[in-house]
Design a protein around this ligand. Structure first.
Ligand SMILES: C[S@@+](CC[C@H](N)C(=O)[O-])C[C@H]1O[C@@H](n2cnc3c(N)ncnc32)[C@H](O)[C@@H]1O
Length: 246
């Protein structure tokens, strides 16, 4: 497997005025980057393995060039947490290339462990805010996008931080190819209504379900995620919405 620069090193290598530099992005990121302090072993894992798995942003205009195979499809998961869905989909779909974006280092370390255990070569990690990456990948380059249990930002003064908004839907509409799909799942009632409202206003994605019967059963190809499992254990209703890019 090839060696790729880790963000930590990439930031050192790229001049700060480079348009590829993650800090050149001006939208504020409100999520957490770090939780509990990492154990020395985990820190070592990040330093050793993250460079190998980090998506090379300098290849963003031809994303498959960063993979060992020239696959027909590229899938993108936004906010993949501990990577359980990303890694399982990567293992189930070896002919697909996948990028998982996650800014929370503790989650990234879990994902790395899983990738190494499964010896997956068709998965790359974007260990940063996904939005600058969305602006760099080519139009119509994504066949499937996943946004699973995005942060609900429940306080009304924080609602504007929610990932589902007009600007991000526009970004996704540019990336997801016609006929491709966007899957959004949530366990949060208020965010569900917010998503419904925005997706109904959106003219680029059509629901693959009836608005009168929101899907509350897991889709056939579903992989349980950490947040979904927590919600179900508490008896909270989850909604799984698939949309097709028109
Ligand atoms: C509620 S968690 C859900 C994690 C996982 N999808 C699951 O279902 O278990 C939302 C995740 O999205 C990540 N996230 C939020 N905004 C992001 C962004 N702009 N770029 C990358 N990751 C983001 C957060 O760091 C967090 O880990």
């Amino acid at each position: 497997m090839k060696e790729l620069p880790c963000t930590k090193f990439e930031k050192k290598l790229l001049p700060s005025n480079s348009p590829d530099h993650p800090d050149s992005h001006t939208e504020k990121f409100y999520g957490r980057r770090m939780g509990r302090p990492l154990r020395p072993k985990t820190q070592e894992l990040l330093e050793r393995a993250l460079p190998t798995y980090t998506f090379d942003v300098t290849l963003a205009s031809d994303p498959h060039a960063d993979f060992d195979q020239d696959a027909q499809e590229l899938w993108l998961e936004i906010g993949c947490g501990g990577g359980e869905h990303l890694c399982a989909q990567g293992a189930r779909n070896p002919k697909v290339n996948l990028i998982g974006a996650e800014a929370f280092m503790n989650g990234i370390s879990l994902m790395l462990r899983d990738l190494l255990d499964r010896d997956l070569e068709n998965v790359r990690i974007w260990p940063e805010d996904v939005r600058p990456l969305l602006d760099k990948l080519p139009q119509n380059s994504i066949s499937r996008a996943f946004l699973l249990f995005p942060d609900p930002w429940p306080k009304s003064r924080h609602n504007k931080r929610r990932f589902v908004n007009g600007k991000n839907l526009k970004r996704l509409a540019r990336l997801v190819k016609p006929g491709g799909t966007l899957r959004i799942a949530t366990d949060h009632g208020d965010y569900r209504e917010w998503i419904i409202q925005r997706m109904k206003e959106d003219k680029k994605f059509k629901p693959l379900f009836s608005w009168d019967h929101l899907p509350t059963e897991r889709p056939n190809d579903w992989v349980p995620t950490r947040y979904e499992s927590k919600a179900r254990a508490q008896g909270i209703l989850c909604t799984y919405m698939d949309f097709e890019r028109l």
